[in-house]
Design a protein around this ligand. Structure first.
Ligand SMILES: [Zn+2]
Length: 146
């Protein structure tokens, strides 16, 4: 089970949906979130923060220390990168808002499934490929996974 949790950024204009793999880390792990509009003046301390495009996640590393015994391996040093990349505290989807936008895009194509399944499969594959190359080009961290 992955818990979904929305966090509003510091300026309050945007929010992002987070996932917490197996609920090993609590939502309180996210101490603050900065969207592209409010991240500009934030000095990024990579011991506590992770920058993905213009979004900045500020982790409460004291809380992650308290919970790190729950992780399935011993990690001497938890880092924002590890938490994010391993999915313990990460975007729901590839970027903030991804789950909403991709659902909308897929819905358009899904109409085809009833009338022309072959065309539907071609389009959904095409959509997935194009989407990934767009996300890579935009520079989202999770688009480079594996
Ligand atoms: Zn903001």
């Amino acid at each position: 089970m992955c818990m979904d949790h929305s966090v509003v950024c510091k300026c309050g204009k945007n929010e992002a949906s987070f996932m917490f793999k197996n609920e090993l880390m609590p939502p309180e792990t996210v101490e603050a979130l900065y969207c592209p509009e409010c991240s500009g003046e934030v000095p990024v301390n990579t011991d506590l923060m992770l920058k993905d495009n213009e979004w900045v996640i500020h982790f409460d590393m004291e809380i992650t220390e308290l919970y790190k015994g729950r992780l399935p391996y011993n990690k001497e040093q938890l880092s924002p990168e590890l938490l994010f990349d391993e999915g313990y505290v990460t975007w729901r989807g590839f970027y903030p808002g991804d789950h909403l936008e991709s659902a909308k895009e897929r819905k358009k194509i899904a109409k085809l499934a009833k009338t022309d399944p072959a065309q539907y499969f071609r389009e959904i594959k095409n959509w997935a490929t194009k989407r990934m190359s767009r996300l890579k080009k935009e520079g989202w961290r999770k688009a480079y996974d594996g």
